[in-house]
Design a binder for this molecule. Sequence first.
Ligand SMILES: C[S@@+](CC[C@H](N)C(=O)[O-])C[C@H]1O[C@@H](n2cnc3c(N)ncnc32)[C@H](O)[C@@H]1O
Length: 245
Amino acid sequence: MGDVVVFFRCLANNMEAAVRSTRGCDSEQDSDSDNDFETSQLGTKEYWEDAYQKELETFKDIGDVGEIWFGEESMNRVLRWMDNAKIPEDAAILDIGTGNGAFLVEMAKHGYKNLTGIDYSPASVELAKSVLQAEGLTHVDVKELDFCHGGLEGYDLCVDKGTFDAISLNPDNTGGVKRLYVQALKASLKDQGLFSITSCNWTKEQLLERFKEGFEFVQELPTPTFQFGGKKGNSVTALIFKRIR
Ligand SMILES: C[S@@+](CC[C@H](N)C(=O)[O-])C[C@H]1O[C@@H](n2cnc3c(N)ncnc32)[C@H](O)[C@@H]1O
């Protein structure tokens, strides 16, 4: 229920961002600011820990894995791109902010063998491990880690579905969490490694600005569109970047 509210909030943010962008306010000044959106509890570890504690209890009770962020299609869209891009089955793949691990499950079922999920919420990690175990996918590694603190390297592909969105809402922006995220991503990826981001808070233009240094834009994955204030926009943005050194 709360997640539905989050989704509509995301949609509203994206509409607002789309309008800002079409007005030409989506400038360097904006993208470099750490105050692009109002901050929210959704950007805190406490919020996610509480959410995944509840989802973990539900999973233990009735086996329901919980929310699939942005729906099943958001996973299928990236999986189709992975097929088309011929990502090898043994590619080292990192799911940033894995939540309930549902995307790890889908990638493992698709044949990917070298999968790691990280999340800073201990309850998320326990839930993702439980979900993977229930599917018999015990070879998938899930670790508790704050991505913005870095420490990862050697990945061929990093996937993010909703995590940069959550990080962007962090009320404690004193450390420039979005910049820390970009630094950690740069370190995590091998040269020419790929990054898939699915976001409901940021437009394509804003993401291109955010990931312009050290990355090359590869392609946009088609997502549903909406009309707002006479302008066309996307409720979700899905982009692929390549790490360049
Ligand atoms: C919107 S949820 C998306 C979860 C998952 N990617 C999905 O698609 O279902 C955001 C996730 O990011 C995680 N997260 C937020 N900030 C993080 C950080 N700094 N390091 C690691 N995980 C983080 C949250 O715990 C939560 O699981």
